[in-house]
Design a protein around this ligand. Structure first.
Ligand code: CA
Length: 380
Protein backbone atom coordinates (compact mmCIF):
# COMPACT_ATOMS: atom_id res chain seq x y z
CA UNK A 1 0.00 0.00 0.00
CA UNK A 2 1.29 3.41 -0.85
CA UNK A 3 -0.05 6.94 -0.85
CA UNK A 4 2.84 8.73 -2.57
CA UNK A 5 2.40 9.54 -6.27
CA UNK A 6 5.05 11.26 -8.36
CA UNK A 7 7.49 11.10 -11.24
CA UNK A 8 10.89 9.44 -11.49
CA UNK A 9 13.57 8.69 -14.05
CA UNK A 10 14.45 5.20 -15.24
CA UNK A 11 17.03 4.72 -18.00
CA UNK A 12 16.82 8.45 -18.69
CA UNK A 13 13.06 8.38 -19.21
CA UNK A 14 10.58 10.13 -16.91
CA UNK A 15 7.70 7.93 -15.73
CA UNK A 16 4.84 8.08 -13.24
CA UNK A 17 5.56 6.12 -10.09
CA UNK A 18 4.33 5.36 -6.60
CA UNK A 19 6.70 4.95 -3.69
CA UNK A 20 7.35 1.68 -1.91
CA UNK A 21 9.94 2.61 0.70
CA UNK A 22 13.20 3.45 -1.05
CA UNK A 23 11.91 2.03 -4.30
CA UNK A 24 9.44 3.35 -6.83
CA UNK A 25 6.91 1.32 -8.78
CA UNK A 26 6.51 2.06 -12.48
CA UNK A 27 2.76 2.58 -12.40
CA UNK A 28 2.07 2.48 -16.13
CA UNK A 29 3.82 -0.92 -16.28
CA UNK A 30 2.05 -2.28 -13.20
CA UNK A 31 -1.58 -1.30 -13.84
CA UNK A 32 -3.91 -3.06 -16.26
CA UNK A 33 -4.05 -1.37 -19.67
CA UNK A 34 -7.27 0.56 -19.11
CA UNK A 35 -5.89 2.38 -16.09
CA UNK A 36 -2.29 2.41 -17.30
CA UNK A 37 -3.27 4.91 -20.00
CA UNK A 38 -4.23 7.34 -17.25
CA UNK A 39 -0.69 7.36 -15.88
CA UNK A 40 1.19 7.37 -19.18
CA UNK A 41 3.70 10.12 -19.78
CA UNK A 42 6.44 11.73 -17.79
CA UNK A 43 4.41 12.99 -14.80
CA UNK A 44 0.99 13.12 -13.15
CA UNK A 45 -0.53 15.61 -15.64
CA UNK A 46 -2.70 13.04 -17.43
CA UNK A 47 -3.97 11.51 -14.18
CA UNK A 48 -4.76 14.95 -12.73
CA UNK A 49 -6.82 15.81 -15.81
CA UNK A 50 -8.71 12.51 -15.58
CA UNK A 51 -11.01 13.55 -12.76
CA UNK A 52 -12.16 12.24 -9.41
CA UNK A 53 -13.72 8.96 -10.56
CA UNK A 54 -10.49 7.97 -12.30
CA UNK A 55 -8.37 9.08 -9.30
CA UNK A 56 -10.39 6.81 -7.04
CA UNK A 57 -10.20 3.90 -9.49
CA UNK A 58 -6.43 4.25 -9.71
CA UNK A 59 -6.12 4.57 -5.94
CA UNK A 60 -8.18 1.42 -5.41
CA UNK A 61 -6.11 -0.45 -8.00
CA UNK A 62 -2.85 0.72 -6.40
CA UNK A 63 -4.12 -0.50 -3.03
CA UNK A 64 -4.72 -3.96 -4.49
CA UNK A 65 -1.40 -4.21 -6.34
CA UNK A 66 1.12 -6.89 -5.54
CA UNK A 67 4.21 -5.13 -6.92
CA UNK A 68 6.26 -7.32 -9.22
CA UNK A 69 10.04 -7.01 -8.85
CA UNK A 70 10.54 -6.07 -12.50
CA UNK A 71 8.31 -3.00 -12.01
CA UNK A 72 10.20 -1.73 -8.96
CA UNK A 73 13.18 0.57 -9.43
CA UNK A 74 15.65 2.23 -7.10
CA UNK A 75 15.03 5.94 -6.90
CA UNK A 76 17.74 7.41 -9.12
CA UNK A 77 19.76 9.90 -7.12
CA UNK A 78 17.40 9.29 -4.21
CA UNK A 79 14.92 11.84 -5.44
CA UNK A 80 11.84 12.25 -7.58
CA UNK A 81 11.19 14.68 -10.41
CA UNK A 82 8.75 17.59 -10.39
CA UNK A 83 5.52 15.56 -10.07
CA UNK A 84 3.28 17.66 -12.33
CA UNK A 85 3.42 20.69 -14.58
CA UNK A 86 2.66 23.57 -12.26
CA UNK A 87 0.06 25.80 -13.91
CA UNK A 88 -0.92 28.79 -11.77
CA UNK A 89 0.36 29.19 -8.22
CA UNK A 90 -1.47 30.93 -5.39
CA UNK A 91 -0.30 31.33 -1.81
CA UNK A 92 -2.67 31.98 1.09
CA UNK A 93 -2.14 33.26 4.64
CA UNK A 94 -4.52 31.01 6.54
CA UNK A 95 -2.95 30.41 9.96
CA UNK A 96 -4.41 32.75 12.57
CA UNK A 97 -1.37 32.16 14.81
CA UNK A 98 1.04 33.04 11.99
CA UNK A 99 -0.95 36.11 10.98
CA UNK A 100 -1.12 37.32 14.59
CA UNK A 101 2.60 36.72 15.15
CA UNK A 102 3.45 38.71 12.00
CA UNK A 103 1.08 41.45 13.10
CA UNK A 104 2.79 41.68 16.50
CA UNK A 105 6.26 41.71 14.92
CA UNK A 106 5.60 44.10 12.01
CA UNK A 107 2.83 46.36 13.33
CA UNK A 108 3.32 46.62 17.11
CA UNK A 109 0.62 48.58 18.87
CA UNK A 110 -1.86 48.01 16.06
CA UNK A 111 -4.52 45.27 15.73
CA UNK A 112 -2.79 41.93 15.15
CA UNK A 113 -5.12 40.91 12.31
CA UNK A 114 -6.13 43.15 9.41
CA UNK A 115 -9.90 43.83 9.34
CA UNK A 116 -10.51 41.45 6.41
CA UNK A 117 -8.70 38.46 7.91
CA UNK A 118 -11.64 36.59 9.46
CA UNK A 119 -13.91 37.33 6.49
CA UNK A 120 -11.84 35.92 3.64
CA UNK A 121 -8.74 33.78 3.10
CA UNK A 122 -6.08 36.39 2.24
CA UNK A 123 -3.83 35.33 -0.64
CA UNK A 124 -1.75 36.45 -3.62
CA UNK A 125 -0.77 35.04 -7.00
CA UNK A 126 2.78 33.69 -7.02
CA UNK A 127 5.25 32.56 -9.68
CA UNK A 128 4.66 29.01 -10.95
CA UNK A 129 7.78 28.96 -13.14
CA UNK A 130 10.04 28.97 -10.07
CA UNK A 131 8.28 26.13 -8.25
CA UNK A 132 11.02 23.50 -7.88
CA UNK A 133 11.05 19.91 -6.68
CA UNK A 134 12.38 18.82 -3.32
CA UNK A 135 16.14 18.40 -3.41
CA UNK A 136 16.75 21.43 -5.62
CA UNK A 137 19.32 23.81 -4.15
CA UNK A 138 18.07 27.30 -3.36
CA UNK A 139 20.39 30.10 -4.41
CA UNK A 140 20.46 32.99 -1.96
CA UNK A 141 18.69 35.82 -3.77
CA UNK A 142 19.88 39.39 -4.00
CA UNK A 143 17.69 42.43 -3.95
CA UNK A 144 17.01 45.84 -2.57
CA UNK A 145 16.64 46.33 1.13
CA UNK A 146 16.56 49.26 3.46
CA UNK A 147 19.11 49.34 6.28
CA UNK A 148 18.19 50.35 9.85
CA UNK A 149 19.82 53.71 9.05
CA UNK A 150 17.40 54.22 6.17
CA UNK A 151 19.86 53.65 3.33
CA UNK A 152 18.63 51.69 0.31
CA UNK A 153 21.23 49.09 -0.68
CA UNK A 154 21.51 46.09 -3.00
CA UNK A 155 22.99 42.71 -2.18
CA UNK A 156 22.36 39.15 -0.97
CA UNK A 157 19.44 38.86 1.40
CA UNK A 158 20.49 38.86 5.05
CA UNK A 159 17.15 37.44 6.18
CA UNK A 160 16.55 34.25 4.19
CA UNK A 161 13.62 32.35 5.69
CA UNK A 162 11.31 29.42 5.10
CA UNK A 163 7.56 29.03 5.31
CA UNK A 164 6.34 25.52 6.10
CA UNK A 165 3.10 25.06 4.16
CA UNK A 166 0.71 22.50 2.70
CA UNK A 167 -0.11 22.73 -1.01
CA UNK A 168 -3.28 21.61 -2.81
CA UNK A 169 -2.91 20.17 -6.32
CA UNK A 170 -5.83 20.90 -8.68
CA UNK A 171 -6.79 18.20 -11.15
CA UNK A 172 -10.18 19.07 -12.62
CA UNK A 173 -10.40 22.55 -14.15
CA UNK A 174 -13.22 25.00 -13.55
CA UNK A 175 -14.71 27.13 -16.31
CA UNK A 176 -14.11 30.86 -16.58
CA UNK A 177 -17.06 32.69 -15.12
CA UNK A 178 -17.98 29.95 -12.65
CA UNK A 179 -17.21 29.51 -8.96
CA UNK A 180 -16.32 26.25 -7.18
CA UNK A 181 -18.63 25.79 -4.18
CA UNK A 182 -17.31 24.30 -0.93
CA UNK A 183 -19.04 20.99 -1.61
CA UNK A 184 -17.22 20.54 -4.96
CA UNK A 185 -13.72 20.79 -3.46
CA UNK A 186 -12.95 17.08 -3.77
CA UNK A 187 -14.13 16.98 -7.39
CA UNK A 188 -11.38 19.46 -8.29
CA UNK A 189 -8.48 18.76 -5.94
CA UNK A 190 -6.43 15.59 -6.46
CA UNK A 191 -4.21 15.74 -3.41
CA UNK A 192 -1.71 17.55 -1.22
CA UNK A 193 2.05 18.04 -1.10
CA UNK A 194 4.35 19.84 1.30
CA UNK A 195 5.60 23.30 0.32
CA UNK A 196 8.50 25.47 1.44
CA UNK A 197 7.79 29.07 0.44
CA UNK A 198 11.34 30.47 0.71
CA UNK A 199 11.22 34.13 1.66
CA UNK A 200 13.76 36.99 1.74
CA UNK A 201 12.36 39.00 4.65
CA UNK A 202 14.45 42.13 4.12
CA UNK A 203 13.58 42.31 0.42
CA UNK A 204 9.93 41.60 1.25
CA UNK A 205 9.76 44.28 3.96
CA UNK A 206 11.00 47.00 1.58
CA UNK A 207 9.00 46.08 -1.51
CA UNK A 208 5.64 44.78 -0.30
CA UNK A 209 3.65 47.98 0.01
CA UNK A 210 1.22 48.55 -1.57
CA UNK A 211 0.84 45.49 -3.85
CA UNK A 212 2.11 42.62 -1.71
CA UNK A 213 4.85 39.99 -2.08
CA UNK A 214 7.03 40.16 -5.22
CA UNK A 215 10.79 39.41 -5.53
CA UNK A 216 11.11 38.48 -1.87
CA UNK A 217 9.11 35.33 -2.63
CA UNK A 218 9.42 34.58 -6.35
CA UNK A 219 13.01 33.25 -6.50
CA UNK A 220 12.06 29.69 -5.43
CA UNK A 221 9.18 27.70 -3.98
CA UNK A 222 9.96 24.07 -3.19
CA UNK A 223 7.36 21.30 -3.31
CA UNK A 224 7.55 17.66 -2.26
CA UNK A 225 8.24 15.19 -5.06
CA UNK A 226 5.40 12.94 -3.89
CA UNK A 227 1.74 13.95 -3.87
CA UNK A 228 -0.69 12.26 -1.45
CA UNK A 229 -4.17 11.90 -2.98
CA UNK A 230 -7.12 13.06 -0.89
CA UNK A 231 -8.41 9.51 -1.36
CA UNK A 232 -5.68 8.38 1.07
CA UNK A 233 -6.58 10.94 3.74
CA UNK A 234 -10.03 9.67 4.79
CA UNK A 235 -8.86 9.32 8.41
CA UNK A 236 -7.33 12.81 8.54
CA UNK A 237 -10.33 15.12 8.09
CA UNK A 238 -11.08 17.27 11.14
CA UNK A 239 -13.24 20.27 11.87
CA UNK A 240 -11.35 23.56 11.58
CA UNK A 241 -11.23 25.92 14.60
CA UNK A 242 -14.53 27.55 15.62
CA UNK A 243 -15.45 30.52 13.43
CA UNK A 244 -15.92 33.67 15.47
CA UNK A 245 -17.10 35.94 12.67
CA UNK A 246 -20.17 35.02 10.59
CA UNK A 247 -19.09 33.96 7.11
CA UNK A 248 -20.69 34.87 3.82
CA UNK A 249 -22.60 31.93 2.35
CA UNK A 250 -19.92 30.91 -0.18
CA UNK A 251 -17.41 30.43 2.67
CA UNK A 252 -19.77 29.21 5.39
CA UNK A 253 -18.65 25.67 6.26
CA UNK A 254 -20.86 25.19 9.33
CA UNK A 255 -22.82 22.39 7.67
CA UNK A 256 -20.32 21.01 5.13
CA UNK A 257 -18.10 17.98 5.65
CA UNK A 258 -15.11 18.80 7.87
CA UNK A 259 -12.37 20.12 5.58
CA UNK A 260 -9.54 20.68 8.04
CA UNK A 261 -6.72 18.12 7.92
CA UNK A 262 -4.88 16.61 10.87
CA UNK A 263 -1.40 16.86 9.34
CA UNK A 264 1.52 17.13 11.78
CA UNK A 265 4.43 18.94 10.23
CA UNK A 266 8.03 19.02 11.36
CA UNK A 267 10.75 21.47 10.34
CA UNK A 268 14.32 20.22 10.51
CA UNK A 269 17.35 22.50 10.19
CA UNK A 270 20.53 20.54 9.45
CA UNK A 271 18.82 17.46 10.85
CA UNK A 272 17.67 19.11 14.07
CA UNK A 273 13.95 19.57 14.69
CA UNK A 274 13.19 23.25 15.23
CA UNK A 275 9.39 23.24 14.96
CA UNK A 276 6.32 20.97 14.86
CA UNK A 277 3.50 23.00 13.26
CA UNK A 278 0.01 21.46 13.53
CA UNK A 279 -1.96 21.91 10.29
CA UNK A 280 -5.24 21.16 12.10
CA UNK A 281 -4.99 24.63 13.68
CA UNK A 282 -5.42 26.41 10.32
CA UNK A 283 -8.41 28.77 10.29
CA UNK A 284 -9.18 28.56 6.57
CA UNK A 285 -9.50 25.16 4.85
CA UNK A 286 -8.46 24.08 1.39
CA UNK A 287 -12.12 24.00 0.39
CA UNK A 288 -12.62 27.61 1.47
CA UNK A 289 -9.42 28.68 -0.28
CA UNK A 290 -10.61 27.15 -3.58
CA UNK A 291 -14.10 28.65 -3.15
CA UNK A 292 -12.58 32.09 -2.56
CA UNK A 293 -10.02 31.76 -5.36
CA UNK A 294 -12.82 31.15 -7.89
CA UNK A 295 -15.69 33.21 -6.46
CA UNK A 296 -15.01 36.08 -8.87
CA UNK A 297 -15.26 33.69 -11.82
CA UNK A 298 -11.51 33.09 -12.15
CA UNK A 299 -10.93 29.62 -13.57
CA UNK A 300 -8.55 26.98 -12.27
CA UNK A 301 -6.52 24.70 -14.49
CA UNK A 302 -5.13 21.19 -14.23
CA UNK A 303 -1.84 21.56 -12.37
CA UNK A 304 -2.80 24.65 -10.40
CA UNK A 305 -1.14 24.71 -7.02
CA UNK A 306 -2.45 26.68 -4.09
CA UNK A 307 -0.63 26.70 -0.78
CA UNK A 308 -2.00 27.21 2.71
CA UNK A 309 0.33 29.88 3.96
CA UNK A 310 2.77 29.33 6.81
CA UNK A 311 1.51 26.71 9.24
CA UNK A 312 1.99 27.95 12.81
CA UNK A 313 0.32 26.65 15.95
CA UNK A 314 -0.23 28.50 19.22
CA UNK A 315 3.01 27.37 20.89
CA UNK A 316 6.51 28.69 20.27
CA UNK A 317 7.74 25.30 19.08
CA UNK A 318 4.92 25.16 16.54
CA UNK A 319 5.93 28.13 14.38
CA UNK A 320 6.57 27.44 10.71
CA UNK A 321 9.01 30.27 9.92
CA UNK A 322 12.29 31.55 11.34
CA UNK A 323 10.76 35.03 11.37
CA UNK A 324 8.51 33.76 14.16
CA UNK A 325 10.90 31.21 15.72
CA UNK A 326 13.58 33.91 16.19
CA UNK A 327 11.02 36.70 16.62
CA UNK A 328 12.47 38.75 13.75
CA UNK A 329 16.02 37.91 14.84
CA UNK A 330 15.67 39.02 18.44
CA UNK A 331 15.63 35.49 19.92
CA UNK A 332 18.26 33.29 18.21
CA UNK A 333 17.63 29.55 18.07
CA UNK A 334 20.31 27.39 19.65
CA UNK A 335 21.37 24.32 17.66
CA UNK A 336 23.01 21.12 19.00
CA UNK A 337 26.33 22.00 17.33
CA UNK A 338 26.61 25.06 19.56
CA UNK A 339 25.76 27.55 16.82
CA UNK A 340 22.70 29.76 16.75
CA UNK A 341 20.39 30.88 13.97
CA UNK A 342 18.07 33.74 13.39
CA UNK A 343 17.75 33.37 9.61
CA UNK A 344 19.34 30.84 7.22
CA UNK A 345 23.05 30.67 6.43
CA UNK A 346 24.66 29.34 3.25
CA UNK A 347 24.93 25.57 3.48
CA UNK A 348 21.93 25.19 5.74
CA UNK A 349 19.56 22.37 4.81
CA UNK A 350 15.86 22.59 5.65
CA UNK A 351 13.58 19.54 5.52
CA UNK A 352 9.84 19.70 6.12
CA UNK A 353 8.01 16.44 6.83
CA UNK A 354 4.46 15.58 7.84
CA UNK A 355 2.40 12.68 9.06
CA UNK A 356 -1.35 12.07 8.96
CA UNK A 357 -3.63 9.51 10.59
CA UNK A 358 -3.89 6.48 8.32
CA UNK A 359 -7.14 4.66 7.55
CA UNK A 360 -7.40 1.72 9.93
CA UNK A 361 -4.98 3.21 12.44
CA UNK A 362 -1.35 4.20 12.48
CA UNK A 363 0.11 7.10 10.54
CA UNK A 364 1.20 7.76 7.00
CA UNK A 365 4.06 10.02 5.96
CA UNK A 366 3.70 12.71 3.33
CA UNK A 367 6.55 13.26 0.88
CA UNK A 368 9.19 15.50 2.45
CA UNK A 369 10.33 18.80 0.95
CA UNK A 370 14.08 19.38 1.19
CA UNK A 371 16.37 22.20 0.13
CA UNK A 372 19.89 23.49 0.79
CA UNK A 373 20.89 27.14 0.65
CA UNK A 374 23.70 27.95 -1.77
CA UNK A 375 25.51 31.28 -1.99
CA UNK A 376 24.28 33.58 -4.71
CA UNK A 377 26.47 34.90 -7.54
CA UNK A 378 28.64 37.91 -6.96
CA UNK A 379 26.56 41.06 -7.28
CA UNK A 380 27.40 44.47 -8.64
CA1 CA B 1 3.77 31.83 2.13
Amino acid sequence: MTHLYGAFAVDGEARVGVRYGDQVLDLAAALEPGLAAAVAGPNLDRLLAGGRTLWEQVHAAVADLEPRPEHLHPLAGGRGLLPFTVADYVDFYSSEHHARNLGRILRPGQPELPPNWKHLPVGYHGRSGTVVVSGTDVVRPSGQRRTPDGDVVFGPTTRLDIEAEVGYVVGTPSALGTAVPLDDFRDHVFGVCLVNDWSARDVQAWEYQPLGPFLGKSFATSIGAWVTPLAALDAAWVAPPPRDEPLLPYLDDATTAPAGLDLRLEVLLNGHRVAAPPYSSMYWTGAQQLAHLTVNGASVRTGDLYASGTVSGPEKGERGSFMELSWAGQEPIELPDGTTRTFLEDGDEVVITATAPAPGGGTLELGEVRGTVRPGPAVR
